[in-house]
Design a protein around this ligand. Sequence first.
Ligand code: ADP
Ligand code: MG
Length: 299
Amino acid sequence: ATPTAVMVATGKGATQGVLIKGGNALEKAHKVKTVVFDKTGTLTVGKPTVVSAVLFSNYSMEEFCTMATAAEANSEHPIAKSIVEHAKRFLKKFGSTEHVVEAKDFEVHTGAGVSGRVGDKMVLVGNKRLMRDYNVLVGPEVEQYVSENEKLARTCVLVAIDGKVAGSFAVTDPVKPEAARVISYLHSMGISTIMVTGDNWATAEAIGREVGIDKVFAETNPMGKADRIKELQMKGLTVAMVGDGINDSPALAAADVGMAIGAGTDVAIEAADIVLMKSNLEDVVTAIDLSRKTMSRIR
Ligand code: ADP
Ligand code: MG
């Protein structure tokens, strides 16, 4: 496109809250054949809430909540925030005098959870992969609880204290109201859709069905997300990636057109070519449309 056409289209995008960082992204977007979406915070609202907490040990709910909160206190992950909020509410309701402590030796395990030391206890909060990495046994009772919840599109966060699963928080994160509509609109434009997520297969597939997405890849770490993009590109497809998290930034950078959710993390916004300022998925269509119109006008 001519510099003028690019300038006009970029300006038009900006007024609609679609920030296009350069002519290159605008010129590529009309060729997009596949749109890859992250799940948490992209297809879903990204504000998970704890819907139940169960114990698989002799700790009291009060002790359990205190330790989980301590471990999650310094995590930026939305799941961590939901656990801290739930636990604080629980502790307050039962008039607990224990105040929230912060874990020592706090560590983030991207796409898996967190670990830390609370008093003399080693606390892990995260998914089954985290448990496996620390050789924590996930018994049949826990397995069953987890799989029942995953079929309901809930994510189960396991809490291990001193190497044993002490309990779990079941978390739900509703899909965005426009998600299914946007997916079906993209299909009508001849564009296929894929979800890549760090979350587990059962939850991811339940969400995928809810929004009508073509394909799901779950239990994928940040580099794995980027690899999925590269695989599609090797088939000769022009690929767009839509994401919000630090964990999406390698994939956003690898994609032909990286689109960041405006409400997402700074790292994702930096890695992307286009920023959807309103955080509304409909603007994925707005961006592709704008490119299609710009490119057809000059041809
Ligand atoms: P997504 O790709 O869907 O944005 P992430 O890669 O951030 O998800 O995380 C993948 C999974 O790892 C989560 O669904 C959760 O089970 C677990 N996880 C990651 N961080 C945390 C945390 N701070 N606390 C508990 N669980 C976590
Ligand atoms: Mg995300």
